[in-house]
Design a protein around this ligand. Sequence first.
Ligand code: SF4
Ligand code: SF4
Length: 471
Amino acid sequence: MAQQPKEQVVNLYQGSKRIHPKLAKGRFANWRIAVILVTQLVFYVIPWLNWSGRQAVLFDIPGRHFYIFGITLVPGDLIYLTGLLLLSAFGLFWWTTIAGRLWCGYACPQTVYTEIMLWIDHLVEGDRNKRLKLDKEPWNARKIRIKFTKYLLIFVVCAWTGITFAGWFTPIRELVPAFFNFTVSGGALFAAAFYGFATFFMAHIMREQVCKYMCPYARFQSAMFDNDTLIISYDEERGEPRGARKKNLSSQEAGLGDCINCTMCVQVCPVGIDIRDGLQYECIGCAACIDACDEIMDKMSYPRGLIRYTTEAALKKEYPESKIKQRLLRPRVTGYGVVLLLVFAALVFSLFHRDTVRVDIIKDRGVMVRENKQGMLENLYNLRIINANEVDQVLLPSVSGFETIQLNGVDAAGIVVPAGSTITVPVQVATYPDYAGKGSHPIEFTFRYRNVNEADAEARVITEKASFIGE
Ligand code: SF4
Ligand code: SF4
């Protein structure tokens, strides 16, 4: 009689074990430290810089003005931000085609903050072995003291990161004292708490889980890879058969490949994979395994590069490794690069040649037409004037469209619009009923404007069309 298969319980949830990577040392680790320092310097220092008496970079969302050094962006300039986002996205695709996951391994905020958290782990709890041992220890006074110190440090880093993040959106020189005086606004408090908590949760609690399960980029990056994309790979042909051997024994003498099976490449891996199993989507391209393996190769007096940057095609011996650099500049990559460069140049050109003073004529829909004291027909308008300059501007408006037409509500000296601001001025346009019969009539506003402090300078001109509603 055929035996019934045994009932099996398959747990579809795989709990993750805490990974305690060893800190890698070497040329790629140095590059990563340099990138972390530069990106963090930008993040923490830029909000403290001043420019023309205001914060140099400030994304003032309630005021609907973005200040980036000498550039002021207003809602009408959102196209530039969209362009910037598109450029960043396509730049990332282009870069990935050339060099794989360099962004993930060196500059992604998730990698950067995880690395900072790992530095704190290392500083307070010690190296990988000590951390593993501490985790297994029962709770005692020593463990509580170490964990308390670590979380205190993490709290300080996350809190300061959150406050700095809020400082990109609220003037930081007012924000920081407001935190200590407990007078901070609800919006700034929320932004700081949200970003600070996200830093803690993503970089300390979740760590590699974010890259493995949450980041969409990890999933679709393979679509951008081709045979000539740089990848980090273990040279199986050279490394296998792997095995331990005495220190000064050559691989030939040991009858083995160059891999001594020390597992250092696995111990330093922040996502806990073994690069020797081949290219895996979890690999963030941090090159820690290259540094670890190079150190071992040096100790064994074997040539470096058992794990190295290479390409699929080179691994398949379609061309020698010396040709990799040439293949990086293949036609597809050059074509993408040229397009990106052109779009970038167009964006920068249009940004620096855009109209920095703009006027929107908004018809007051509440009052279509009325008769004033002189018996003239009057329409009401709101002039929304945007000054995206670094200098106050003075505008002299006039209006045309009928033989007799008046613009009321504006001072003879003109309208002064402070630098980097938007103001709304209500005005009245009036004409005699003989000129404006029933219906809509085209009129035109003209604004002559110049810098407030350049009274003699030739005025620039803006014209805007509008319509006048007759009786
Ligand atoms: S570090 Fe190098 S030698 Fe050691 S196990 Fe990894 S590949 Fe082999
Ligand atoms: S396999 Fe190597 S490059 Fe990939 S994540 Fe691990 S250590 Fe970094």
